[in-house]
Design a protein around this ligand. Structure first.
Ligand code: 2BA
Length: 109
């Protein structure tokens, strides 16, 4: 069994959730925040059989767009910039950042 951890943009979360449910994947959606943009994004946890990993990755790829964003980054997680002026930068975000992990045990009590 594998655990797929997928960080996606909020704009894509509903489409992806619907597609996962329609294809009978079990998924948990968490509200998350990117460390760089400090903007909200969504993290999906998807537990699935090894044989269905490619299918889940395809769904994620097909339902998550990459977008360009102009942002003024904040230099550290606590927001302290120590007097430095941060300049706006253009970054390409997403479609999705995905990790696939081996699951040692799965229990459902
Ligand atoms: P953020 O950390 O807010 O990053 C948003 C986008 O900003 C990134 O898009 C990337 O294009 C850019 N970026 C991030 N760090 C940068 C840096 N130090 N310098 C220049 N540009 C930078 P994505 O790569 O598509 O990442 C989207 C979101 O996925 C990230 O939001 C973060 O929440 C997550 N993520 C990405 N890589 C990760 C990793 N290795 N571990 C955990 N989460 C990750």
């Amino acid at each position: 069994m594998k655990l797929i951890v997928a960080v996606v943009q909020d704009k894509d979360r509903n489409r992806l959730q619907e597609a996962l449910m329609k294809a009978n994947f079990h998924a948990t959606k968490l509200a998350s925040t990117g460390g760089f943009l400090r903007a909200g994004n969504t993290t999906f946890l998807i537990g699935t059989d090894d044989q269905r990993v490619d299918e889940a990755l395809r769904l994620i790829k097909n339902h998550c767009e990459s977008r360009r964003q102009v942002v003024t980054p904040i230099s550290s997680l606590d927001g302290h910039t120590d007097g430095y002026v941060m300049h706006p930068v253009e970054v390409e975000v997403g479609g999705a950042t995905v990790f696939v992990l081996d699951v040692e045990q799965f229990k459902h009590f």
